[in-house]
Design a binder for this molecule. Structure first.
Ligand SMILES: NC(=O)c1ccc[n+]([C@@H]2O[C@H](COP(=O)([O-])OP(=O)(O)OC[C@H]3O[C@@H](n4cnc5c(N)ncnc54)[C@H](OP(=O)(O)O)[C@@H]3O)[C@@H](O)[C@H]2O)c1
Length: 283
C-alpha cells in the first residue's frame, strides 16, 4: 500500500506536479514505493476543485494506479492523511495556509513550490522541507526545477523528491543561496525565452514571412538549438561560431545585436529578476 500525497493549492503549478506524477511511466518494483497511491488536491473554491477532477478524468488511468481526490475547503483533513505535502499556493497565501494546518503538517515532508519562501521560514512548520523552483513548461514535461533541502530531509526523501520532481523535466539540486538566481533563471526564464521567440517571429513577419509560419520556424530554431547545445555539451559560443561564415550573414546580424546590447540586456534582466526574488524572501 503506497502513501498519500496532498497538493495544497492545485492551480497552474500544482496541476503541473499532479499531471507529472499521475502520468509518470509505470515504475519498476524497486522505485514503486516512491510513488503515492493516492493524491488529494486542495483548492479554495469548489469550482476550481471540479476543474481538477475534469483534468484528471481527461488523463485516463494512471500507469502507477494513482487515485486522485479533488477537495476544497478542508486543508487540515487532507494534510492529516498525507505523508508528503506539496505547497502550491501563491506566496502571499503561504503563511495563512500553513498556519491553518500547523498541527497536521508538523511531521510531514513538505515540498514547497512558493517563490521567495526560504527553508528557514518553512522549517518553522515542519523540519523536513524541500524548496523547489520550477516553471510553467513543467506542465508539458519540459520544465526545469532546482531543489534545496533542509538539513533534516533524509537521503531516501531526497531521492523521492528528485524522482517525483524529475517528472516535471530536469531536476537539479542547488544550495539555497542560489535560489533567487534559480527563481530568475528557471521561474521567470520562460518569459525571457518567449521575448526572444516573439522578436524572432516579428522579424520574420517584418521580412514578409506569414505570421504562423514565422512563429513555427522561430520556435523550432530555439528548440533545435537548445537540443543541439544539450546533446553536444559544447559551449554556446563554439556552436555559434560554427554558424558564422567569414563575411557572411550570421556574423553581420550578431554584431548588430551585440551593438544593441542584447547580451547585457538579458544578463541585467535576469539579475534584476533575482534582486526582486530576494526582496520577496524578506517580506
Ligand atoms: N506560475 C509560474 O510561472 C510559477 C513559476 C515558478 C514558481 N511558481 C510558484 O508556484 C506557486 C503557485 O503559483 P501558481 O501560478 O500555480 O498559482 P495559481 O495558479 O494561482 O494556483 C494557486 C492555487 O492555490 C489555491 N488556493 C488559494 N487559496 C487556498 C487555500 N486557502 N487553500 C488551498 N488552496 C488554495 C487556488 O485555488 P482556487 O483556484 O480555488 O482559488 C489555486 O488553485 C507560487 O507560490 C509561485 O511562486 C509559479
Amino acid at each position: 500500500m503506497g502513501y498519500t500525497l496532498t497538493i495544497l493549492g492545485c492551480g497552474v503549478m500544482g496541476q503541473a506536479v499532479l499531471s507529472a506524477i499521475y502520468n509518470a511511466p509505470k515504475a519498476d518494483d524497486e522505485s514503486r514505493a516512491m510513488y503515492p497511491s493516492r493524491i488529494i488536491t486542495c483548492n479554495n473554491n469548489a469550482q476550481s476543485a471540479k476543474q481538477v477532477t475534469e483534468l484528471v478524468r481527461g488523463f485516463g488511468t494512471s500507469p502507477n494506479g494513482i487515485e486522485v481526490e479533488s477537495t476544497s475547503g478542508d486543508n487540515a483533513k487532507a494534510v492529516a492523511e498525507a505523508r508528503v505535502v506539496v505547497l502550491g499556493t501563491k506566496p502571499y497565501l503561504v503563511e495563512e495556509v500553513l498556519q491553518d494546518v500547523r498541527t497536521q503538517v508538523a511531521d510531514k515532508l513538505l515540498i514547497s513550490l512558493a517563490a521567495g519562501w526560504t527553508l528557514d521560514q518553512l522549517v518553522d512548520y515542519t523540519a523536513r522541507v524541500a524548496r523547489v523552483m520550477t516553471n510553467t513548461p513543467a506542465k508539458y514535461g519540459y520544465g526545469a526545477a532546482a531543489v534545496s533541502h533542509s538539513p533534516d530531509v533524509t537521503a531516501d526523501e531526497r531521492a523521492l523528491v528528485s524522482r517525483l520532481v524529475g517528472h516535471l523535466g530536469l531536476c537539479v539540486e542547488l544550495p539555497e543561496k542560489n535560489m533567487d538566481a534559480a527563481t530568475a533563471l528557471i521561474g521567470s526564464g520562460p518569459a525571457f525565452a518567449l521575448l526572444m521567440l516573439e522578436s524572432m517571429m516579428e522579424a520574420g513577419v517584418k521580412l514578409g514571412i506569414p505570421l504562423d509560419v514565422s512563429r513555427r520556424c522561430a520556435a523550432k530554431v530555439l528548440e533545435g538549438t537548445a537540443r543541439m547545445a544539450e546533446e553536444t555539451g559544447s559551449h554556446p559560443a563554439a556552436l555559434k561560431h560554427q554558424v558564422c561564415t567569414p563575411g557572411g550573414t550570421t556574423i553581420a546580424g550578431l554584431c548588430v545585436m551585440e551593438d544593441s546590447g542584447v547580451r547585457s540586456g538579458i544578463v541585467k534582466g535576469i539579475e534584476e529578476a533575482a534582486n526582486v526574488a530576494a526582496r520577496l524572501g524578506r517580506k
